[in-house]
Design a protein around this ligand. Structure first.
Ligand SMILES: [Zn+2]
Ligand SMILES: [Zn+2]
Length: 292
């Protein structure tokens, strides 16, 4: 029991230290990127037309005007953090670093595949680099986050004025990682970890399998009276961490809440619900005997 609690504490320290370093690095990247990328061009994009086609805004849209060079600094700055913290992926990281050093790694291609949810493309990258699809996707997400976030900022106001009631992010197409529920208004706000966008979605539907059968929904609390909970779906086995709006006095910072509530992810995993790829990446550490 003692061992288990030591392991949880070590995991917690690792997970929080890593994200603290990552967030600080991402802020640095955002300063550099705003000078290198012509984000004002995104104002010309017809956001409503794109969303009416049920397509995320970034898909097929905006990479024509940006060359790979603009993204090189993302790799250069985020990479040392990954090398330090994702040490169990050392060999894969070395391969990517070597390609980047020779300027043979196109982050742009990976971002385009990620937004298009193009699994075939990722399978072909995986074959050429001898790196799993899962790791390549996580790597792309961690390195490109500052670009996704700055892009999302330019669209956020216009998204508020459109009708987008899809379960995936209107900007980058990712599935939600967190939600806020207003039980009085029966409104749910979903949050995208990849680009920090928020959007509204039905309060009673599972955003992963779209069932609205109330018998499939489980609400799990660590203890009563807490603002955070897990909303799990027995139909598809996914879960969504959720904050109850009535407990909030200020606007929630989802990025911070998502990391701070990792104990809910551990609980969901123990209960047999499916972790998303991002979280299962960290839990892979336990396969290396670190926190098991
Ligand atoms: Zn997104
Ligand atoms: Zn479901």
């Amino acid at each position: 029991m003692q061992n288990q609690s030591d392991n949880v504490q070590r995991f917690s320290r690792f997970y929080i230290d890593f994200h603290e370093r990552l967030f600080n690095t991402h802020v640095k990247c955002m300063h550099l990127l705003s000078a290198a990328v012509p984000f004002q061009k995104f104002n010309k994009i017809d956001v409503s037309a794109k969303l009416l086609q049920h397509q995320p805004i970034l898909k097929d849209n905006l990479f024509q005007d940006i060359d790979d060079g603009a993204f090189e600094q993302l790799f250069d700055l985020v990479f040392p953090v990954l090398r330090e913290f994702a040490y169990w992926k050392k060999e894969e990281l070395l391969r990517l670093q070597e390609l980047n050093d020779r300027r043979r790694f196109s982050l742009k291609k990976f971002m385009i595949a990620l937004i298009a949810n193009d699994d075939k493309k990722f399978a072909s990258f995986s074959k050429s680099y001898d790196i799993t699809v899962k790791f390549l996707k996580i790597f792309t997400e961690l390195v490109s986050a500052p670009f996704f976030e700055l892009s999302a900022e330019t669209f956020s106001e216009r998204i508020e004025h459109t009708r987008w009631n899809e379960p995936t992010c209107p900007v980058c197409g990712s599935t939600p990682a967190f939600s806020e529920i207003d039980e009085q208004q029966e409104v749910r706000t979903l949050w995208c970890r990849r680009c920090n966008s928020t959007w509204q979605f039905s309060a009673d539907k599972c955003p992963f399998c779209l069932t609205h059968d109330p018998k499939q929904k489980k609400l799990l609390f660590l203890s009563d009276g807490k603002p955070y909970r897990i909303e799990a779906c027995d139909n598809c086995g996914h879960y969504l961490k959720t904050v109850n709006h009535s407990f909030l006095t200020n606007k929630i910072d989802f990025s911070v809440a998502n990391i701070a509530t990792y104990s809910l992810d551990i609980l969901a995993k123990h209960l047999g619900y499916q972790l998303n790829d991002y979280l299962s990446f960290y839990f892979e550490l336990s396969n290396h005997g670190e926190f098991s």
